[in-house]
Design a protein around this ligand. Sequence first.
Ligand SMILES: [Zn+2]
Length: 492
Amino acid sequence: MNLLTDDFISTTTGKISLKTLLTSSEDHQLQYAFDETQLAMLQMLASLSTVVLKPKLEELKNYLKQGVTEAQYNRALETVDLQWFDEMCFMRSTTDEDNKVFLAPVTKLFSGIECGTAPNALGLFSETTQADVICPDCTHVLNYNLHMNIKGECFGPTGATGIRGGGAISTLIAGQDLKTTILANTIAVDYFNNEREIKSPNNALMWQDPIQGDIYYAHQIGLERGLFALAYHIDFPVLDEPCVCDVCGHEASQSVKEFIRLKYMGSYGSTKKGREGNAKWWPHPYTPSITKEEGEFPVCAQDQNWQSWQNFSAYVLSQETEKSLSTPAFVVRQYRKLAVGGKVNLLIGGNIADQGSITGRVYDLYSMPEHWDNHLERVTKVIDAGLSVKDSLSQALNKMFGTGYDKNFIAGLKNTAMHQYISNAQNIVQQLLLDVDRKEARELRREALEQLKTEAKAIYTELMRKYQSDLPLFKALVKGEKILLSVNKVKT
Ligand SMILES: [Zn+2]
């Protein structure tokens, strides 16, 4: 099986090849059991499409408008050394036989399933039997996901941190169908290289030209090399036993239950050691970044209460504060440059990791109307309204600490209320953003404030009702209420 020519992509109508996906007029739907795998598949397919098409910005624009023909795909394929995309070779490198390797069940490759032995290991899905046998075709997306999206800590001391840092947020463009989604996230090679201003980066794949040295300097890593950057030697022993794959649901004549790994000893700029060695963060095209005095970092989900709307401004427009500069992911900037027109959907996904545990998942789709990028100021207004209501709610709730009650008890009350607001605001913000082309900035901000404030007030009133017979607490909440009500006075 070769990933650039053969059928390995699981869809609701069977397995298809990348060529079929990109060149046929049929609308295919991916079929993978976990949204995490689905998101990784979108990233991997768009990266593979970049390797084959290597489009310039203008060419990519045409592909998005007119599609890719079979002849174009075949011609492009002639420029690729296919052997590196064979199933036995793709994203796998070998190690000396004397090295001790680690064997683990494939279950460990699903970051939502807890099967670690560390005391703090925790997963989101409870049953490990949900995924313990997979087909050989699905090994590739799980391998890719391990390298790009899973934190090294989830494997304890034998875990490695990949080029993106693990736990980084992904923002992808979601097109009207699978084909346009993959094309919209394909990287325009000329635009990417121009931005980086690097004369001759190494573009060889890492399993073709293995990485050497303690520090992996970002400026030496070219686009194709970085898109599939390795952090482990890895292999998947294949058993001659038929299975129904727990990932794609298809029947297969062979199955895979375990994988072998050994981490590379060097460090990317995504780790503390790499940063201190001046490796710099490699600008992964699917990740928004934030530049601070200490360097450039990928944007990550912050904690369990975090929802993606809170950083939405950073995902779609550059934002500068005194202390930092946030930059949207390359694919988002590229999409604006392509000026394809029409409405656009933004897919935001990632894990919320805490040491060895995955404590949450983010998977949100934002629909943006046509010409959304002409109205970025309006997007900021909506997000800022949500954040200022959040601040006021927090300050109002802080009054409860004045009662002298147990701090943990009060903190618990506050956290629950804050979490409720942040979580309910997610839907409200997504709805409001649908109107950024139709409503003036001022009106949009007024509406955002009104709706989000109503939400915060409802949560607050509920808390007051619950504690109306607890006089100290009730009095504190009455004091706090004034702060909440004064959000309106913020200038519009
Ligand atoms: Zn499968």
